[in-house]
Structure formats: structure tokens, C-alpha cells
Design a protein around this ligand. Structure first.
Ligand SMILES: O=C(O)CCC(=O)C(=O)O
Length: 412
């Protein structure tokens, strides 16, 4: 974990760098509050399911199968007439607070989301897919608390199976991605880090909002007054409507609030993320992070941070032994397309997670991971932009080549 000076006045902020081969596992559990009562149980979670999803649990499989949507011909991104290059980009901003499209009584495809920071307009979910997503969560969550400091909700799956593949293809071909390269300095040594996956990010921390009348203008969240243009060194990007829809569903079914959406695309088994925890100070205490899997099955590994040194080596006691065991023996979840894991409570403070490289079955297939999080202060917005957008080229999915290619502005 790497620390930098906080813009909030001297405290250090761990940054969201998760890509070094050797992670510093020396940090110990940082959660400070006592073990809290779980916030959501599988039982009360099911109460938060949408009305639609209650019906879906009893719906017959044939009905669900009949609703499979092939959106492969409907996801083409429009030519970049409304991009950052275009002078009309400011004219029709998409704000983050628009309600999701009404269910499939709509026949027309809703217009794409535009914003001066988007390299090209981002498609809105086809109404058929949007309609299927209202059946989420497909299954109620399993509440996993059977190891020290661990507090997970596991929806297996969350996205209805009829929608998962379409949603994966839709997002892969609609979002702009980046392959971020950055340098870190440890003492006199500078290391270049090539992020081993494609990334992108949208969102804004709690201190500001996008102006409802012009999303290119930022307002102070408390006073609603416009913020000076230099408030952020990056230019925050609002969630496009397709991710906004997913964010609202996730808030309703997990009971937590989110203002950021980070997306990873693992092109194949060689792409990965090293052991880390999302316990940055800018997320506040005991952050809740909802993590979606779409596409290829990948192993999600979790291990407890190393326990503090035992006071007495003779008999460190059962609690210490349980921590040592949770550190020594990682937990593995084979995350499948449509699954969601919510990490909450002391999980981020005390546990590390990773997606290791993979060979063999499913290693050639791509996987999308979406995480919804809530950043409390400006440092979070800056940090996420730096490590998930960076300064390099934009990548887009090429249907023809079946791979990510550099976006050349002319081609789209
Ligand atoms: O891809 C995943 O499931 C995990 C992603 C993750 O840990 C992160 O973005 O911090």
C-alpha cells in the first residue's frame, strides 16, 4: 500500500494501487470499531428486493428463457458527434439523477449519455435489457460471517441469467476503457506500473454534485454554489445512464449508498488484480463495496491481513490462532457471470482480496467487474481518476477483431 499526502490537510491517504506483484501484506487489520452487528441478513435483504424480483423467484423457467435478449445488433455506439471534441457536447448533458427508463412499453431506443469528458456518447441500456434487470436480485443473498472480521453478502446470481450475457456484451462494447501506466516512488527508486487490466471510472465524491441543469458544472454539495474550476485537478465524469440504472438497483437491494462506479475489464486469464483492500481513508470507516461479475468465471480470493504479533509465543490464544488461520488459508469464491459480492463491515479493514491470473478453463474469455463505492472527500475523486483513467489512450471493444483496440476518433 502506498501513501501520499492528503489534500485534506496532512493526513496520509493510502492510494488505490493494486497492481504490484508483491503487495505489502505487513499492514494489519485497520478496522477500529468493535465487531458490529451485521447490517443486512439474507432474510432482511430479501425484503429489499424489487416487487418484480419477488415474482421472478416463482416465475417458470420457460418464461425466463423466452426473455433472452440478443442485443448484439443494438449496442453500436453512435458516431462521436457529441464527444468532447464537439462544440455541442455541452448542450445536452446527461445528469446522474435521471430516473431509469420505464419498462418495455418504450419502443424507441433511448438516446445515449453524453458529457464533455466522455470520448464518445455512451449507449443507454436497450429497454428489453433494462426490463430484465428489474428482476434483480435474482436470488437472495447468502450472508457470510464465518471467519473473523468477515462480512459478505453473496448474491449467486444477482443478475438474472437471461440478462447477464447481454449486459456483459453491452458494457464491453459501450464503455471507454484505459490501460493505465503510472510511476511510484519508494525512496529514490521509481517503478513504472502497467495496470494488468483495462479500467474506467465514473462518479463524484460526497462534497460535490453535478449541476442538474448542466452536468459539466460542479456544485458544492452543501451550498449548491458553483465550485471554482480548479477545485479538482481531474474532471469528474457522471455515471452514464446504463450504470446509473445498475447503481440504483444496487442501492435498493443492499441498503447502502454509492457515488462511484469503477469498471475493470480482464481481457483474459493474464489480466489480474493483486491482493489489496479498499480501505482508503477517503471511503470513510467500514466502507460497503458492491462488486459485480460478468463474463468469464474467475477466482476471487480473500485472506485476512496478518494478525498483529502475539503477545506471548507460548500460547497466543484461540482468537490469535483464528486470525493466523484466516491469513494463512485464503478463501476462494468462483465468481460467475451475474454474481455480486457485497463487502461490508470490517471486511475491507481486515481482509485482502485479489483476482489472480488464471490458465486453463475460461482463461481466454473476458470478464467485467463493476464496483459501486462511496467516496466521502475530494481525494477519492482524484485518486480514482488517476488510477483508472490516467493519461493514456482510450480503448474500445472491436467486434470485428474481438479485442480492445485504441480508439482513433475517426473510426467511431
Ligand atoms: O475484479 C474483481 O472482482 C475485484 C476488483 C477489485 O478488487 C477492485 O477493483 O478493487
Amino acid at each position: 500500500m502506498i501513501h501520499k499526502t492528503s489534500p485534506l490537510g496532512g493526513a496520509t491517504l493510502p492510494t488505490a494501487i493494486h497492481d504490484l506483484d508483491v503487495m505489502n501484506l505487513a499492514s494489519v487489520c485497520t478496522a477500529t470499531s468493535p465487531v458490529s452487528k451485521p447490517q443486512h441478513t439474507a432474510t432482511n435483504m430479501s425484503k429489499k428486493r424489487t416487487l418484480h424480483s419477488f415474482f421472478s423467484a416463482g416465475a417458470d423457467v420457460a418464461t425466463k428463457k423466452a426473455r433472452v435478449v440478443d442485443i448484439s445488433n443494438t449496442t453500436k455506439v453512435s458516431p462521436p458527434t457529441n464527444t468532447a471534441l464537439s462544440s455541442t457536447a455541452h448542450d445536452t448533458p446527461t445528469t446522474t439523477n435521471q430516473p431509469p427508463s420505464p419498462p418495455s412499453t418504450h419502443i424507441d431506443h433511448p438516446p445515449p449519455s453524453t458529457h464533455p469528458t466522455y470520448p464518445f456518447p455512451i449507449s443507454t441500456l436497450p429497454p428489453e435489457l433494462s426490463d430484465l434487470l428489474s428482476f434483480s436480485p435474482y436470488n437472495p443473498a447468502r450472508h457470510i460471517t464465518d471467519a473473523p472480521d468477515l462480512d459478505l453478502l453473496y448474491f449467486h446470481p444477482y443478475i438474472p441469467p437471461t440478462a447477464a450475457s447481454s449486459l456483459f456484451k453491452f458494457l464491453r462494447s459501450s464503455l471507454p476503457f484505459y490501460r493505465v501506466v503510472y510511476t511510484i516512488k519508494r525512496g529514490a527508486i521509481e517503478t513504472v506500473v502497467n495496470t494488468p487490466r483495462y479500467t474506467t471510472v465514473f462518479g463524484l465524491d460526497e462534497t460535490a454534485i453535478f449541476s442538474p441543469s448542466d452536468a459539466s458544472v460542479l456544485l458544492d454539495a452543501k451550498t449548491s454554489k458553483p465550485l471554482p474550476s480548479k477545485t479538482y485537478t481531474c474532471t469528474p465524469r457522471p455515471l452514464p445512464a446504463c450504470l446509473e440504472e445498475l447503481r440504483k438497483l444496487t442501492e435498493a437491494s443492499t441498503g447502502h449508498k454509492y457515488n462511484f462506479c469503477l469498471v475493470n475489464y480482464y481481457a483474459d486469464g493474464k489480466d489480474s488484480i493483486s491482493y489489496h483492500s479498499d480501505d482508503e481513508r477517503f471511503l470513510g470507516p467500514e466502507p460497503a463495496i458492491a462488486s459485480f461479475s460478468l463474463g468469464a468465471t474467475r477466482d476471487f480470493m480473500l485472506r485476512h491481513k496478518p494478525p498483529p504479533p502475539a503477545a506471548s509465543t507460548a500460547d497466543p490464544g484461540p482468537e490469535h490462532a483464528a486470525l493466523a488461520a484466516a491469513h494463512a488459508k485464503p478463501r476462494k469464491f468462483e465468481l460467475q457471470s451475474g454474481d455480486v459480492i457485497l463487502m461490508q463491515g470490517r471486511t475491507q479493514g481486515c481482509w485482502l482480496h485479489s483476482i489472480p491470473k488464471r490458465s486453463g478453463k475460461d482463461a481466454q474469455r473476458g470478464r467485467i467487474n463493476i464496483t459501486f463505492r462511496r467516496a466521502m472527500v475530494r481525494g477519492g475523486t482524484e485518486n480514482y481518476a488517476r488510477y483508472n483513467i490516467g493519461e493514456g489512450p482510450v480503448y474500445v471493444w472491436s467486434e470485428e477483431g474481438q479485442e480492445m483496440v485504441k480508439w482513433d476518433r475517426v473510426g467511431r
